[in-house]
Design a protein around this ligand. Structure first.
Ligand code: M6R
Length: 365
């Protein structure tokens, strides 16, 4: 039931504060991750993990890409991320004590399941699933399971599944990091930041009409470019995927530092450039990337931290977001990009919940 909402996608976007909170429940206290967050038997396993191999497809793959930044930064454990359809068809080198982590909303994605089955034969240490559907094949076939509490996701374009995956992945990272030298103070700082996320997402949702207004500029465009740096690069990828899926506008995402290495050649006044700019160590570098775009006449749409001091001017549209902790920024900054794609699709009159050529769950190769 869509309730008061015009589409399931919009309803699911607005459910995020609640389902993010639900995904934290029973897994974190005010200041720390609970030992049982990954099940009672996980402690010994986490102590022995020396490498994490993440496998997923589509949006779930983007969640895995964010997690790699977290896992290497906070736990200092090497992490690889690969799309399932590539991983399953190549020979791979298995590092000792590798945790195999599959991320899937449905738990029925054919490529992800095939990769897991192969990995089991190849002898990984253990398999952890982050999944939204209880009783799915992925859940049944994994050693450890962290359920996301997104509830049924009907819109083909994944929204609340992604932000709850990120929530679960951050909790997993902290549980792993605790066995790898993360201090109690740092853990408390990040858990406190995570507790603030539902409220911050609420604040972003309040920008809905401002974002709807912005979306008019995209309606007649054929190409768009999404930029982010660090853990916000996968958020840019996810923003571009959403726009492609439901508005059929060609969207590409790049880590902003790569602009000069090619994509800058595409930039002109017909190609809007969307950028996510939280207040982090990369901000100054990102700003100079934006200058490069402005100098070529590109129109910029920047979602920026209110403290980041990015000033609107001719051709540079700024939407101020609440100040967020740099670790949790990928969760919060995803939401305005979801709303942007949604409103562009509505203006274009596409079938938002059921875009052409796509299925909700890809159970065949
Ligand atoms: O159910 P899964 O998370 O395994 O699905 C993976 C992808 O098929 C899925 O995320 C797809 O990319 C969505 N349509 C993205 O919006």
């Amino acid at each position: 039931d869509k309730g008061e909402y015009r589409h399931f996608m919009l309803k699911e976007i607005f459910e995020q504060p609640r389902v993010i909170k639900a995904t934290m429940e029973g897994r974190v206290t005010a200041k720390k991750v609970l030992e049982q967050a990954l099940g009672t038997s996980a402690g010994d396993l986490l102590k022995s993990v020396r490498h994490v191999q993440i496998i997923a497809c589509g949006t779930s793959y983007h969640a895995g890409m964010v997690a790699r930044y977290w896992i290497e930064d906070l736990a200092g454990v090497p992490c690889s991320v690969e799309v399932a359809s590539e991983f399953r068809y190549r020979k791979h080198v298995i590092q000792p004590d590798t945790l195999f982590l599959c991320i899937s909303q449905s738990g029925e994605t054919a490529d992800t399941l095939a990769a897991l089955r192969q990995a089991k034969k190849a002898g990984f240490r253990a398999a952890l699933a982050i999944c939204n559907v209880p009783g799915s094949s992925l859940v049944r076939e994994s050693d450890l399971v962290m359920m996301t509490q997104a509830g049924p996701e009907i819109g083909v374009a994944s929204t609340k599944a992604f932000t709850t995956q990120l929530t679960a992945l951050l909790i997993f990272t902290l549980a792993l990091a605790r066995h790898n030298g993360l201090s109690e103070e740092r853990e408390a700082e990040i858990v406190e930041a995570l507790h603030r996320v539902p409220g911050q997402v609420e604040q972003v949702l309040a920008l809905d009409s401002a974002i709807a207004e912005m979306s008019g500029a995209f309606m007649d465009k054929v190409h768009t470019l999404f930029l982010g740096r660090g853990s916000l690069f996968p958020v840019a990828l996810e923003g571009a995927l959403k726009l492609k899926e439901i508005s059929y506008i060609h969207a590409e995402a790049y880590p902003a530092g790569e602009l000069k290495h090619g994509p800058l050649a595409l930039v002109d006044s017909d190609m809007p450039v969307v950028t996510v700019a939280p207040n982090n160590a990369m901000l100054e570098k990102l700003k100079s990337n934006l200058e490069e775009v402005r100098a070529r006449g590109g129109e910029l749409f920047v979602f920026a931290d209110s403290q980041a001091n990015v000033q609107a001017e001719e051709g540079l549209h700024v939407l101020s977001l609440p100040s967020v902790h740099e670790v949790t920024a990928p969760i919060v900054y995803t939401v305005p990009l979801q709303l942007l794609s949604y409103h562009v699709a509505v203006l274009k009159g596409t079938d938002v919940d059921q875009p052409r050529n796509l299925a909700k769950s890809v159970t065949v190769e």
